[in-house]
Write a protein that binds this ligand. Structure first.
Ligand code: G4P
Length: 301
C-alpha cells in the first residue's frame, strides 16, 4: 500500500511537467481521417492493451462522433489478462463494443467479421427493408503508430498489405479490400499521433517502445517501471531480478539489480546504463510477461 501511494505521488509530480511533442500536423490528420470516415459504416480503433488510455489520441472520440466504433485492445498477449478484462468491462459500461486480441499470432479474421456484421445488423436490415439487396459494409482501422494497425489489417485480409506509414492522416490513395462477401476494409489505416497530455502519457508510450527513447530519459523510464512493478507485480521483480523493492530507493534498487545480474564495470561499480538497457529490453520484449502499465482504477476515465 505504501508503495502504491508513493507511486501515485510520483505520477502526480510527473503530470506537472508535461512534454510537448509532435506540434502541428494534428489538424491536417484530423481532416484526412474525417474525409475517410465519411465513407465508412464502422471504425475499428486499435489501442495497446498494456496502456489503453495513453495509446489513444483523445481527439479521436470527437473525430469519430456517432459512428459505430469497435475498440480493439491489441497485443493482449503482452498485457495482464485480469487488467484487460477490467478495461473491456469499462468500455462495455460505456456502451462501446470492445475485444482484446493478439493480432500477431491469433487467427482473428472470423471473429472480427462476425463482430462487424453483428454491430451493423440494424443497418443491413434497414437496407434490406428499403429493397437494397446487396449492401456492402465498409470499415476502416485507426490508431497511433506502432499499435499494430498493419499487423491487424494483414491478419484480417490474410495477406500482406503495405506497411502503414507512420505519418498522421490517411497516407495513401484509398483502396477497399473485400474481407467477406459484404464487408470491405480500407487498406490503409488512419494514423493519429498520441497526444502527450501529461508526462505520464509520454513515459508510458516510451516504456512500451512506442516512441523514441530520446523523448524521456532512460533512467526516468526505468525508475517509473520499477515503481510500478514493485507496487503491482512484486513477484515478477523477484523472479526476474531476485529483488524485493521494500524500503529501497530507486537508485538502490537499480544497484541491487545490477549486482544480481552481474552488470559490474571494471572499476567494480554497478553498470547502471547496462542495467537500464536490460530492464527496458525486458519490458519491450515481454520478458517480464504480461504486465499492464495503466490500470483503470488509476484513471479518471
Ligand atoms: P502500426 O501499423 O500500427 O504502426 O504497427 P505494426 O502493425 O507495424 O506493429 C508494430 C509492432 O507490433 C510489430 O513488431 C508487430 O509485429 C507488433 N505487433 C502487432 N500486433 C501485435 C500483437 O497483437 N501482439 C504482439 N506480441 N505483437 C504485435 P515489430 O517488432 O516492430 O516488427 P515485426 O518484425 O515483429 O513485424
Amino acid at each position: 500500500m505504501i508503495q502504491c501511494n508513493r507511486f501515485k505521488k510520483e505520477v502526480m509530480k510527473m503530470n506537472n511537467n508535461p512534454i510537448q511533442w509532435y506540434p502541428g500536423h494534428m489538424q491536417k490528420a484530423k481532416v484526412q481521417i474525417q474525409d475517410s470516415l465519411k465513407m465508412v459504416d464502422l471504425v475499428i480503433e486499435l489501442k495497446d492493451a498494456r496502456i489503453p488510455k495513453s495509446s489513444t489520441n483523445p481527439l479521436l472520440e470527437g473525430i469519430i462522433g456517432q459512428k459505430p466504433r469497435l475498440i480493439i485492445l491489441n497485443k493482449k498477449d503482452m498485457a495482464d489478462d485480469a487488467r484487460s478484462e477490467e478495461w473491456l468491462k469499462y468500455y462495455e459500461k460505456a456502451n462501446t463494443k470492445s475485444l482484446a486480441i493478439d493480432s500477431a499470432h491469433q487467427n482473428i479474421q472470423g471473429l472480427i467479421i462476425k463482430e462487424i456484421k453483428e454491430m451493423l445488423k440494424a443497418k443491413l436490415e434497414k437496407a434490406k427493408a428499403r429493397g437494397i439487396r446487396k449492401k456492402v459494409l465498409r470499415v476502416m482501422v485507426v490508431g497511433i503508430p506502432n499499435v499494430g494497425k498493419s499487423t491487424f489489417i494483414n491478419a484480417i485480409v490474410k495477406k500482406r498489405v503495405a506497411k502503414s506509414e507512420n505519418r498522421p492522416g490517411v497516407t495513401k490513395s484509398l483502396q477497399w479490400i473485400k474481407i467477406h462477401e459484404d464487408v470491405e476494409l480500407l487498406d490503409t489505416p488512419g494514423v493519429l499521433w498520441p497526444k502527450f497530455e501529461s508526462r505520464d502519457v509520454a513515459v508510458k508510450l516510451a516504456l512500451i517502445g512506442s516512441i523514441n527513447d530520446k523523448v524521456v530519459d532512460k533512467k526516468e523510464l526505468v525508475f517509473y517501471a520499477l515503481r510500478h512493478l514493485s507496487a503491482h507485480y512484486p513477484d515478477k521483480l523477484k523472479s526476474r531480478y531476485d529483488v524485493s523493492a521494500n524500503d529501497l530507493s530507486d537508485e538502490e534498487l537499480v544497484d541491487l539489480i545490477a549486482k544480481n545480474m552481474n552488470f559490474i564495470k571494471k572499476s567494480g561499480l554497478s553498470d547502471e546504463e547496462k542495467t537500464y538497457d536490460f530492464i527496458l529490453a525486458d519490458i519491450r520484449n515481454n520478458r517480464l510477461s504480461n504486465v499492464t502499465w495503466e490500470f483503470l482504477d488509476e484513471q479518471d476515465a
